[in-house]
Design a protein around this ligand. Structure first.
Ligand SMILES: [Fe+2]
Length: 316
């Protein structure tokens, strides 16, 4: 199988002119999801390239046939400080997805601010499973995504910068420890940050999210943003009774810096396959073709069409 044949490509479908066929083609595939992260949108003209990059991705998603049932946004929607104008600028792009019947799910990154985001995206509040945090469960077809909110938000007025580090609060910790061990279906866990960033101190003892997850029979892996690069990793659990590996995927940015693109995920009865739709690489901003270092193109060549698989428990 070729790399690009691994999973349905977002760009491999042509539009159809017939109304009846269009109706069929406008259907949504419940097993199909798109993961995006680190959109870093701003109304400032010098950051127009992040808006344009996200716009191009939205265009591509809307051309997918069948359409994905959902898009999951893994945080850092705002350029830097979670200002309301950033979210206002981004909103029409996400509305185009919603207008096509695609569910859009959000969590927060370290460059976001919950209250400012909710002022523009009030509909996102209904999915929150704990108070004031974007903890939600997303049905990906044959597998669930438990989406955590890892933003460690600074006190102070809008514009106060947050620490880059992630965390989870006690309510999310308690929810995860109560629910994840008895989860009935396979599940991935996701957040803006890496799992090892999300420890929490309870009664003077440091607790680790991964320790909980590795003990869950149906846990299959982690998905995150934050690093702005496609990166396939894995965690290992080694014990006397059982050894296991868990997939750990880092998503590209839609357009700020680093690997530029998005990820298409398709669930099957025994696995979740994800493929990279890589559009570009630049650091720290795009350059004209004649000014681009050759290594940027080499990075794109190296990663383009890459994919990975989350195998469900009991299938390996
Ligand atoms: Fe980011």
């Amino acid at each position: 199988m070729t790399r690009r044949g691994f999973i349905l490509s977002a760009s491999s479908f042509a539009l159809c002119g017939s109304t009846s066929i269009q109706k069929v083609l406008m259907s949504h595939d419940k097993s199909l999801s798109v993961f995006i992260s680190d959109t870093h949108i701003s109304p400032r003209a010098d950051y127009n390239y992040t808006y344009k990059a996200l716009e191009r991705i939205v265009d591509e998603v809307l051309l997918m046939r069948p359409l994905p049932a959902r898009v999951v946004v893994f945080g850092d929607i705002s350029i830097a400080k979670g200002m309301r104008p950033d979210y206002k600028k981004a909103k029409p792009l996400f509305q185009r997805l919603v207008g096509a019947g695609i569910d859009v799910h959000y969590t927060m990154g370290n460059h976001d601010r919950r209250s400012s985001f909710l002022a523009t995206f009030p509909e996102a509040e209904k999915r929150m499973l704990v108070k004031d945090r974007f903890l939600s469960v997303v049905d990906l077809g044959s597998i669930d995504l438990i989406l955590l909110d890892s933003l460690c938000q600074a006190d102070g007025p809008e514009g106060t910068p947050n620490t880059p580090a992630g965390t989870i609060d006690r309510a999310q910790w308690d929810w995860l420890n109560e629910n994840a061990p008895k989860w009935k279906r396979p599940f991935v866990c996701g957040a803006h940050h890496a799992p090892h960033d999300l420890s929490i101190e309870i009664d003077g003892v440091k607790k680790d999210v991964l320790v909980t997850l590795k003990e869950c029979d149906n846990y299959v892996g982690w998905v995150q943003g934050h690093n702005h690069r496609w990166d396939k990793r894995f965690n290992i659990k080694n014990s006397k009774s059982k050894s296991a590996t868990f997939r750990w995927l880092v998503l590209p940015s839609t357009g700020y810096w680093g690997d530029i693109g998005y990820v298409v995920a398709r669930s099957y009865p025994d696995r979740l396959d994800v493929s990279l739709e890589l559009k570009d690489f630049y650091y720290d901003r795009p350059l004209e073709k004649n000014k681009r270092p050759k290594c940027w193109d080499d990075i794109v060549e190296d990663k383009k069409g890459d994919y990975c698989r989350f195998s469900f428990p009991g299938t390996i």
